[in-house]
Design a protein around this ligand. Structure first.
Ligand SMILES: NC(=O)C1=CN([C@@H]2O[C@H](COP(=O)(O)OP(=O)(O)OC[C@H]3O[C@@H](n4cnc5c(N)ncnc54)[C@H](OP(=O)(O)O)[C@@H]3O)[C@@H](O)[C@H]2O)C=CC1
Ligand SMILES: O=C1O[C@H](COP(=O)(O)O)[C@@H](O)[C@H](O)[C@H]1O
Length: 588
């Protein structure tokens, strides 16, 4: 982060804060409810007329046009307040209905994430008619490439998510024709000026809105934001920046990064992405809790014994060892993905579904939590293993990983929320690479039924008699509840069954990738699924002391074989808190 510090200090005298044009937000309640159709949220497909009027909908279901029209005030003229008609709909003058366009610049377009996730997500949005009529996609990186070469590269990863989709190849061609490439350095204002010229040309006099996606290593975030803000931000529309993790390595470096970004951007222009927040089941977590009477009353220490957040991958760092070794599994998965889900799980009912109301509740959870302590953590690292004649490498066999590295590829931790709702309930996290399976899930283990009448029928293992609610994020999205029931017949034998909502059998429509939802929300200016700076600070405050201690004390991770269930230390940790990992139980 040393570079960031120098930019910050030098820029504070040179540039005015927030060179990007600030956004103005229309209070959500001013958006006419008659036009909010929640059932169409995931199904863009607006009529061509609506698309012309920029009728995008975010995952919250709000139409975009209300935002884009008022965002599109030209120059520095003061914000015009929207006028409400008698029926509550918004009135705009004809001159304000200027056609707008969005330019999406993927910075780091030659990289892995851009190819694997960002371009395919943009194409999927285009395929589903979720992008506005006028849009352009630019790739930006140092690699030399022509427009055609970029199109060739990204065409290899574009897929119509379901086979045999109509017009897929035609739509791909149309999409690719909107994709362009500009080669430049990340710290060159001149190169960003050239990009600005190209963007302006493609915007063809329409109201320009610009979205930059920073799909680059974090040490160049601030350079890019500086150059883009000074040379390539929109003069009259909005400018927004999506920032990929990692947001620093600890509280200090993250705070420094935030300060540097805020030299050029207002908080509402920054979209800190955590792609787990865009996953379907994570979106469903709040719906499950707050729209079903049967769950919310149980959602507390009175009925819940423990909650588990589990992430496992059945492959190692493969190719990303260089990045990973500087971060480790706690920063890569726990401090962000799992902690974000935990806050959504544990938060109080927000006042509304607005981004600020939700994020306020999430911050309260984080601030009520105890910092994680070493005694409540176990770390591991995978070692080489041979199975069925096939050899699997150790983490330290990766040529980009320093020999003797102590970086954990596995961690388990117990966390606690010291508030009235969750006092004493262990929230366990477990995350690991090169394990026996790939999955991510939330498991909620409920308490025993008091004075259980059927104790006799369960035998001695009362742990099995309790209910467990599982939200499986991946693979095969599902929500299931383990219940006890009687085996049919004349006897009285009890069984354990799943009430199972398995998405693939319930819904024929395919589930969008998390990046689709998040990109759409960023275009809409919807921050609900992005991380606010105070959330980030609070998240780092929980993990920084632990991370420092692990590094200072050079804690050696427990080795576990590639493809195994992880180190045995995770079981001791769970047992210490009277917990059994649900994913390892025999009836799962
Ligand atoms: N890949 C993934 O699955 C995930 C990635 N991320 C994050 O997203 C961002 C992008 O990831 P990913 O695409 O894997 O990253 P890459 O390492 O592939 O980098 C992206 C591009 O940045 C340029 N670049 C790479 N290293 C440097 C450097 N040291 N200095 C200057 N430019 C460099 C390269 O482009 P060129 O040389 O052409 O300029 C490269 O193609 C990172 O912040 C990463 O942590 C987050 C979640 C998952
Ligand atoms: O952010 C990251 O996520 C991926 C896992 O994402 P998923 O959506 O495939 O579950 C992980 O592999 C990577 O290490 C991490 O940086």
């Amino acid at each position: 982060m040393a570079r960031c510090v120098s930019h910050c200090s030098s820029s504070s005298t040179t540039f005015s804060p927030s060179s990007f044009k600030h956004e103005r937000h229309l209070p959500r309640r001013l958006i006419p409810f008659t036009r909010w159709n929640p059932t169409s949220v995931s199904n863009c497909n607006p009529s061509p007329h609506l698309r012309k009027q920029f009728e995008l909908k975010s995952s919250n279901g709000f139409p975009l046009n209300a935002v884009s029209l008022q965002d599109g005030l030209s120059g520095n003229s003061p914000a015009k307040e929207p006028v409400l008609s008698k029926d509550g709909s918004l009135l705009f003058s004809q001159s304000e209905k200027m056609e707008s366009t969005i330019s999406i610049t993927v910075v780091g377009a030659s990289g892995d994430l851009a190819k694997k996730k960002i371009f395919p997500a943009l194409f999927a949005l285009f395929y589903e008619d979720c992008l506005p009529e006028h849009f352009t996609v630019f790739g930006y990186a140092r690699s030399k490439m022509t427009d055609e070469e970029l199109r060739n590269t990204i065409s290899k990863t574009l897929t119509c998510r379901i086979d045999k989709r109509e017009n897929c190849s035609g739509k791909m061609d149309h999409f690719l024709q909107r994709c362009f490439y500009h080669s430049g350095q990340y710290d060159s204002e001149e190169n960003f000026s050239d990009l600005d010229n190209k963007l302006t040309e493609k915007e063809a006099g329409k109201l320009p809105n610009r979205l930059f996606y920073l799909s680059i290593p974090p040490n160049i975030f601030v350079d890019v934001v500086r150059c883009a803000s000074l040379r390539a931000s929109s003069a009259s529309g909005w400018t927004r920046v999506i920032v990929e993790k990692p947001f620093g390595r600890d509280a200090e470096s993250s705070g420094e990064l935030t300060r540097c970004l805020k030299q050029y951007l207002a908080e509402d222009q920054i979209f800190r992405i955590d792609h787990y927040l865009g996953k379907e089941i994570v979106e469903n977590l709040s719906v499950l809790r707050f729209s079903n009477l049967v769950f919310e009353p149980l959602w507390s220490r009175n009925y819940i014994r423990n909650v588990q957040f589990i992430f496992s991958e059945d492959f190692g760092t493969e190719g990303r060892g260089g990045y990973f070794d500087n971060y480790g599994i706690i920063r890569d998965i726990m401090q962000n993905h799992l902690l974000q889900i935990l806050t959504l799980f544990a938060m109080e009912t927000p006042v509304t579904l607005d981004a600020e109301d939700i994020r306020n509740e999430k911050v309260k959870v984080l601030r009520s939590m105890r910092p994680v302590v070493l005694d409540d953590v176990t770390v591991g690292q995978y070692k080489g293993h041979t199975k069925g004649g096939k050899s699997y490498p150790a983490y330290t066999d990766d040529p980009t990983v320093p020999k003797g590295s102590l970086t954990p590829t596995f961690a388990a931790a117990a966390l606690f929320i010291d508030n009235a709702r969750w006092d004493g309930v262990p929230f366990l996290m477990k995350a690991g690479k090169a394990l026996h399976t790939k999955r991510a899930e939330i498991r909620v283990q409920f308490r025993h039924v008091p004075g259980n009448l059927y104790k006799r029928n369960f035998g001695t293992d009362l742990g099995k008699a309790t209910n467990e609610l599982v939200l499986r994020l991946q693979p095969d999205e599902a929500i299931y509840l383990k219940i006890n029931n009687k085996v049919p017949g004349l006897g009285m034998r009890l069984d354990r069954s799943d009430l199972n909502l398995l998405y693939k059998t319930r819904y024929s429509k395919e589930i969008p990738d998390a990046y689709e939802r998040l990109l759409l929300d960023a275009m809409e200016g919807e921050h609900r699924l992005f991380i606010r700076s105070d959330e980030l600070d609070a998240a780092w405050a929980l993990f920084t002391p632990l991370l420092k201690e692990l590094e200072e004390k050079k804690i050696a991770p427990e080795l576990y074989p590639y493809g195994s269930r992880g180190p045995v230390g995770a079981h001791y940790l769970a047992a210490k808190h009277n917990v059994r990992w649900g994913d390892l139980s025999s009836d799962d």
